[in-house]
Design a protein around this ligand. Structure first.
Ligand code: NAI
Length: 716
């Protein structure tokens, strides 16, 4: 609801709809009636709009999206325009985080003041829509095009101080917001309103407008990679150069265009999926779930192995305020890691001026220091025998109730757990690199992992700002198991006629930040080469004895990646991989050596070159991965398609505007078309098992069932 109180000549309308003060229909109705009452009351000379509780308002009520209520009178646009038309000065005073619709109300007001801790943001573009209710028209008039682009198109949040500097705010207050707002409103009661109406101003710096918009457009074409919302938002901002009423019409048209686009649906799905996966459960036993299992309290964590992952994991644990004991076998590596961690946390190494977070770190080579920690995350080399040995040691040095987690990227959790006397307390916590940046935490339960251990790992993810996704135990788990197929097919395309840059370009146009070959060069080709050697697929000298070059372990095999690694071409770190890199540069340059290697490989093995269309590249690289996702659901290794989608959105840079692989298959490609495509490629490539359609997909496609509807029915 919204409360109406009079302070002498000032009417104060306070939004009171906890916890986020969203502008639901009943709140809008009360605000409108308060506004009308204040306009009619001759004793009232000014009006303040503010919020009670934690924040001013988080904006429109997402639950009303697409329902009658969103349009019921007064709609948000009607309320905003009533504020703008007021003939008594309206002051919006905000605090906490002010988003979307709250910003619209503020921009329509005649004055804006805010608490010094305020954060102001327009996140609409992230769910694929234009900020409407006049935001795209008023904001550029108030703060200029450059800042408006930053706020609307890049969804950058602003602090109170920044908002004051740009002119969005008239005043920042540090005292009591209510009394400051009332005092401010009184002080402007006699001021003329004409030039306070943002809609009647001209956009400042209109003479350089085209340059600003052109530069933004060029940047966006490069960055948005197929997402339509950023460029459409830019068009709305551009319309602010037109007369206000014309611009408002354009804003409404563009808003409608995005609102009805499939990308908005995908982005809203992605937003909700990140929340859905928190409601975890075991697909095979739904009684074990987020409601029934209690997490243990974790105050201190041990991290074992201070390499790439150990360092990143330690940083995010410390940033969340946890105590960390970091153990590393190699003293030189340990010292290097400590310096990196301190630098990252803003403290200076070898000085007493360490940040408070860095002071929570104890770094040592002595395992016995792990005696008191509540949980250990192991991040030593990816070697099962080593991990089993290390878990045995951990079992003996840690307290009996401590949880033992492994950061393995694909080894069998049960085999690691069986090295301990507490398999119920062993779990996989798979971070993604760089671990202090990537928001995904893939948590893997083994056969004996207890509900309490699962709940604790999921809670730990939330504590350190990650999105935890619970999955079952299988080689590569969900993410790496599916992702591997993408690279396999990308290499087959090279054998059939494509060049690495052709494949990368098509997948980058699809929306990935980097195509598979650039990713491989960045991560280091040797990592997967070592895994293929361990899996017996190849050796350091070439194919294992008596093995056909193009066929391994029952499937078609492309040896090109092995051939590059045998030449020491591991990617960026060696200056050459699928591409070449000039010294000090990360720019991937097509390489004649790779071109000749592929050509010779084709000739030696009688492989015919043909032209490969962009569509085939997308289908070949993405559909096997999606098919594997269906198999994962069929095998009960993930609770639902949302879990798989979140893994790909947050862990593998899958373009968010397509919703993730499973959503894309269901809503964009269509399950019937996907099935027919898999069958076509299965006939053409019978020696690749990944083209055999999963039975779940076959059933759904034949029955015309939607994956999203199927998932909604089964989710807790
Ligand atoms: P790394 O090679 O950078 O670091 C491993 C560290 O463990 C080294 O510093 C090594 O000295 C230390 N170590 C080895 N044996 C030890 C022992 N017995 N006691 C204490 N320390 C020991 O490896 P990285 O990349 O950090 O990987 C670690 C784990 O994380 C592996 O299981 C890997 O598969 C997994 N992982 C790696 C990702 C990546 O992108 N690098 C991503 C996700 C998981």
């Amino acid at each position: 609801m919204a409360e109406y109180v009079i302070y002498e000549t000032v009417a104060v309308l306070q939004i009171n709809n906890p916890p986020l003060n969203v502008l639901s229909h009943h709140v809008r109705r009360q605000l409108m009636s308060g506004l009308q009452q204040a306009l009619q009351d001759t004793a009232v000379r000014s009006i303040v709009i503010m919020g009670k509780g934690q924040i001013f308002t988080a904006g429109a009520d997402v639950k009303e999206f697409g329902t009658e209520k969103a349009l019921s009178d007064p709609s948000l646009p009607t309320l905003v325009e009533a504020v703008a038309a007021s003939n008594k000065p309206v002051v919006t005073a905000f605090h906490g985080t002010t988003l979307g619709g709250g910003v619209a109300l503020a921009l329509a007001s005649h004055y804006r003041l805010a608490a010094s801790s305020v954060k102001i943001g327009l996140p609409e573009v992230e769910i694929g829509i234009v900020p409407t209710c006049g935001v795209s028209q008023r904001l550029p008039r108030l703060v200029g095009l450059q800042t408006a682009v930053q706020m609307i198109v890049s969804a950058q949040t602003m602090s109170a101080q920044q908002a004051l500097t740009t002119g969005l705010l008239d005043k920042v207050v540090s005292g009591d917001l209510l009394s400051e707002a009332v005092g401010f409103a009184k002080s402007v009661e006699v001021q003329a309103l004409a030039d306070r109406r943002v809609g009647s101003r001209a956009v400042p710096g209109a003479d350089t407008a085209e340059d600003v918009l052109d530069a933004a457009r060029k940047r966006l074409v490069r960055r948005s990679r197929g997402a339509i919302a950023p460029l459409t938002c830019l068009q709305a901002i551009q319309a602010s150069l037109l007369p206000f009423e014309t611009g408002m019409k354009r804003e409404a048209e563009l808003g409608q265009y995005l609102w009805t686009s499939w990308q908005t649906g995908a982005l809203r799905y992605a937003f909700l999926a990140e929340r859905t996966v928190k409601r975890w459960y075991l697909p095979g036993n739904k009684t074990v779930n987020y409601r029934t299992a209690e997490p243990l309290v974790i105050n201190s964590v041990g991290v074992l192995g201070a390499g790439t992952m150990g360092v990143g994991i330690t940083i995010c644990l410390l940033q969340a305020g946890l105590k960390v004991v970091l153990i590393e076998a190699n003293k030189t590596q340990l010292d290097k890691a400590v310096t990196l961690i301190q630098r990252s946390l803003g403290g200076r190494s070898h000085s007493k001026q360490l940040s408070h977070q860095a002071m929570q770190l104890r770094a040592t080579t002595d395992y016995r220091q792990l005696g008191e920690v509540d949980l250990v995350i192991e991040a030593v080399f990816e070697d099962l025998a080593l991990k089993r040995k290390v878990f045995q040691q951990l079992d003996s040095v840690t307290k009996p109730q401590a949880i033992l987690a492994t950061n393995t990227s694909g080894l069998d959790i049960d085999k690691i757990a069986s090295a301990t006397q507490r398999p119920d307390k062993v779990i996989g916590t798979h971070f993604f690199s760089p671990a202090n940046v990537m928001r995904l935490l893939e948590n893997i339960y083994g056969r004996h992992t207890s509900p309490e251990t699962i709940a604790t790992a999921m809670q730990l993810g939330a504590t350190i700002g990650k999105v935890g996704v619970l999955v079952g135990n299988c080689p590569g788990f969900v993410g790496n198991r599916m992702k591997g197929l993408n690279f396999t097919e990308a290499m087959f395309l090279l054998e059939e006629g494509a060049e690495p840059q052709d494949v990368d370009k098509v997948l980058e146009e699809f929306g990935f930040a980097m195509g598979p070959f650039r990713v491989s060069d960045l991560a280091g080709g040797d990592v997967h080469w070592r895994r293929r050697i361990q899996a017996g697929l190849t050796t350091e000298q070439g194919p294992p004895p008596n093995t056909p070059l193009l066929y391994r372990q029952g499937n078609r095999y492309c040896p090109l990646a092995d051939m590059l690694c045998m030449q020491g071409r591991f990617g960026q770190k060696t200056g050459a991989g699928w591409y070449r890199y000039e010294s000090g540069s990360r720019a991937a340059l097509p390489d004649a050596v790779v071109h000749r290697l592929i050509l010779k490989h084709r000739q030696d093995n009688g492989l015919q070159r043909r032209n490969i269309s962009s569509q085939e590249i997308v289908e070949r690289c993405l559909y096997p991965l999606i098919n594997e996702g269906f198999r994962i659901l069929e095998e009960g290794l993930a609770a639902g398609p949302q879990d798989i989608d979140v893994i790909f959105l947050l862990g593998f840079g899958w373009p968010r505007h397509t919703g993730g692989p499973m959503y894309y298959a269901d809503k964009v490609v269509g399950l019937g078309i996907l099935l027919r495509c898999l069958e076509k490629y299965r006939a053409l490539h019978p020696r690749s098992a990944h083209w055999v359609p999963s039975s779940l997909l076959q059933t759904m496609a034949t029955q015309g069932t939607s994956l999203t509807a199927w998932a909604a029915g089964s989710r807790l």
